[in-house]
Unconditional design. Structure first.
Length: 312
């Protein structure tokens, strides 16, 4: 096991909570509902805020073109990120992260606040702005992880309407191949993660610092024998458990697609499969080694989709 059981459980718990929030957010904005395998159009479905309304799909033949657009946008985003890191344009990168966080949080918060209060959009944007400032410029890992729970559901709500089962499966396979290549062959993923953490002081994903067992024992001994002044001068190695944002958002998107295709039970099967795939990776991975999470998560998601079509 790469991380201790407590940290592994924390990562898995945050992953599952984010998936469940994602189902709610996607369902809130969905223009269709599935009840007893019957698809019903929702005439008064809420619109995405801040001008994020996605194209309305009228025919199945539109999905391949939209899929191609997503792939091109994904490639462009990666190349742009690499270019900006190459020239160390950190201000632009932080601003990019900040804008994405504000928009994604606004989408999620609006879905949660709208049923209960008036002026929900204004309050959602203000709250998102404050939390984004604390996240991007405040460097508080509690705020960071708390906001991550709502960022990926907001992002997923934008993409679910323009994907169907076949295009999301194709996208999962492409992302998994890229993830494996980027981690095991080129090392781009590790470089991007290290640059975000060390230079930008931010990370797109869950981020849990902790002391390894041997380090905790050493600190306990120091506290018994050293003064506070001496203790402050000691260098302490902090371990980090991370889970990339892509590993979190793609299962939500897939669950959302299955939600509008076969209903809630199918979406839960997808989440269960993704969680099993991630848990397998956590429990069988080794310390000081990097692993691409998406191939394992995708395997679990495909299992969930297969079970959905067999059972429902």
């Amino acid at each position: 096991m790469k991380h201790n059981p407590k940290i592994t459980a924390i990562l898995l718990a945050m992953f599952i909570v984010t998936q469940l929030i994602g189902i709610y957010v996607v369902s809130y904005y969905s223009p269709v509902k599935v009840v007893n395998q019957q698809v019903t159009e929702v005439t008064n479905a809420p619109s995405l805020p801040l001008g994020l309304e996605t194209p309305r799909v009228e025919k199945e033949s539109q999905y391949p073109g939209l899929f191609l657009g997503i792939v091109v946008a994904f490639i462009f985003a990666i190349l742009l990120f690499l270019l900006l890191t190459r020239f160390k344009v950190e201000f632009v990168l932080k601003l990019w992260f900040f804008i994405v966080v504000v928009i994604a949080l606004s989408v999620s918060f609006l879905s949660i606040l709208s049923p209960f209060i008036t002026k929900a959009l204004m309050i959602s944007v203000i709250l998102a702005f404050i939390l984004a400032m604390a996240k991007i410029y405040g460097r508080n890992f509690i705020v960071h992880n708390a906001t991550e729970l709502f960022i990926y559901p907001g992002i997923a709500a934008v993409f679910v309407p323009i994907l169907n089962v076949w295009t999301i499966v194709a996208l999962l396979i492409l992302i998994s191949v890229y993830d494996a290549w980027a981690v095991w062959h080129s090392g781009i993923m590790q470089k991007m993660a290290k640059y975000q953490i060390n230079q930008l002081k931010i990370f797109s994903g869950f981020f849990v610092p902790y002391f390894a067992k041997g380090v905790r024992r050493k600190i306990a001994n120091w506290k018994k024998t050293l003064s506070k002044t001496q203790l402050r001068k000691k260098k302490i190695k902090v371990s980090i458990a991370i889970l990339g944002g892509g590993d979190v958002v793609f299962p939500i998107i897939t669950a959302g697609v299955m939600l509008k295709t076969l209903g809630l039970t199918s979406a839960l099967f997808v989440i269960a499969g993704a969680t099993l795939g991630l848990a397998y990776l956590f429990f069988f991975s080794k310390k000081k080694k990097f692993y691409p999470a998406m191939p394992f998560i995708t395997a679990g998601i495909l299992l969930g989709i297969a079970v959905s079509y067999l059972v429902l």
